[in-house]
Design a protein around this ligand. Structure first.
Ligand code: HEM
Length: 409
């Protein structure tokens, strides 16, 4: 990073998510460094605050009594009474206790050690299959041929979505999660609403099928658990059921897809790290953590202050909205020595890419398994793998997303 031009104090002071500098997507980390240094609790034009220090994010994540995840107040002006509003205010991630506690408990069944162990052979099988294709063809576009396919397949298995429908899920997920971007065009708003409606209609059919054929699902334990909770009537309403399914299908694949794409890109940009991993395969776990730290697939989480409070020495009023900048916290030198260095053997790597506290990613163990198997097999099998073009990044701010990444063996 030494050769990069530093962002000035004035640029940090005027930084605004709603009006980003043109070079932000290519390298947000320069801006994060300046914000952490000059203005770590940065007030933006709309009155919300941007947090960039590791300790401040940790405090906000941990103190869920003060820091609410419920988005009804924030999303009403943005979404009105729309399907996007309904979805983003019903899903587990945007709820507070006691609703959060009740709904989160239902997810646990899908993520027990036993359930994950049952998925592992399928992950091995799929990765082997994608790599066989790569061996045959000699080249691939990583995102569509590899990193997208695996997570959507796994999360679809968990929810009992048939193979032929998986592409629908990707398209819906892109526009529904796209609705969370800091700036939302009228076209993106309409597309997001239509996607929520279409997704709900689709899931109603899937749920009806599963209810009519209760033993039909191979290992869709999460769908069964959610349906049983809905039938119980006390635990989950029908709308809640549908929105948890949508959320899980979205949360469980875009994120892991980006973890895999970034991992391939960061590793292949440093052949010496690939060589280290091949020489010492036991580094795979710390390599996955470093990939997650270095390019956090989700860059921003949000919270709202339920009471007047204080963060990093700054008094914040009741109702204050904060943006938790995960990518910035993950490069905080106060937490990570030499933070801009990509080091697959990094220790004490307590990155915040899965969040922290009561909302910590329910799928983190699954995502880690996917990473370990995907990277482990890829680099072991193809020592000559190399980039054949630059990574194309999408313009999305909330997700750090690679759109295209060509490689060859
Ligand atoms: C590399 C991949 C992933 C990343 C980086 C990631 C990141 C995150 C983050 C940062 C949160 C916390 C949000 C907040 O506190 O506001 C979260 C929550 C969640 N994630 Fe993940 N995730 C990943 C993969 C997955 C997978 C594979 C699944 C499921 C199949 C999943 C399911 C969930 C669920 C259900 C929540 C909500 C938890 C709650 O609110 O209690 N995630 N994820």
């Amino acid at each position: 990073m030494d050769d990069k031009i530093a962002v000035t104090e004035a640029e940090a002071e005027s930084f605004d998510l709603a009006n980003l500098p043109s070079d932000y997507i290519a390298d947000p980390y320069r801006y994060f460094a300046a914000l952490r240094g000059y203005d770590p609790v940065h007030r933006m034009a709309d009155g919300s605050y941007l947090l960039t220090r590791y300790d401040d994010l940790s405090t906000a994540y941990r103190d869920s009594k003060v820091w609410s995840s419920d988005k009804k107040v924030d999303f009403k002006p943005k979404f009105g009474d729309s399907p996007l509003y309904e979805h983003h205010t019903t899903s587990v991630v945007f709820s507070d206790p006691p609703d959060h506690t009740r709904i989160r408990a239902l997810f646990q069944a899908a993520f027990t050690r036993k359930a994950l162990a049952a998925l592992e052979p399928r992950i091995h099988e799929l990765v082997d299959h994608y790599l066989d294709e790569l061996a045959d063809r000699g080249e691939m576009e990583v995102v569509s041929d590899f990193s997208f396919k695996l997570p959507v397949e796994i999360v679809s298995v968990m929810l009992g979505v048939p193979t032929e429908d998986r592409i629908l899920i990707r398209d819906w997920a892109l526009v529904i999660l796209g609705g969370l971007e800091p700036v939302l065009s009228p076209e993106a708003f309409d597309a997001g609403n239509k996607a929520v409606d279409d997704f709900k209609a689709y899931l109603r059919g899937l749920v009806a099928h599963r209810k009519a054929h209760p033993t039909d699902g191979r290992s869709g334990e999460i769908l069964t658990a959610l349906i049983e909770a809905e039938e119980d009537g006390q635990k989950l309403t029908e709308l809640e059921l549908l929105h948890q399914c949508i959320f899980m299908l979205n949360a469980g694949h875009e994120t892991s897809t980006n973890m895999i794409s970034h991992g391939v890109h960061e590793m292949l940009s440093r052949p010496e790290e690939v060589a280290r991993l091949r020489a010492e395969p036991a580094l795979i776990n710390s390599a996955v953590e470093e990939i997650l730290r270095y390019q956090a697939p989700i860059q921003i989480n949000n919270r709202r202050a339920k009471t007047a409070t204080e963060l990093g020495g700054v008094a914040l009023p009741e109702g204050a909205q904060v943006h938790l900048m995960i990518g910035a916290a993950n490069r905080d030198p106060a937490q990570f020595p030499d933070p801009d260095r990509f080091d697959i053997s990094r220790r004490n790597n307590r990155h915040l890419s899965f969040g922290l506290g009561i909302h910590v990613c329910a799928g983190n163990a699954l995502a880690r398994i996917e990473g370990v198997i995907a990277f482990g097999k890829l680099f072991e099998r193809f020592p000559g793998l190399h980039l054949t073009g630059p990574a194309k990044l999408s313009e999305r701010v909330r997700f750090r997303e690679i759109w295209e990444l060509p490689v060859a063996v």
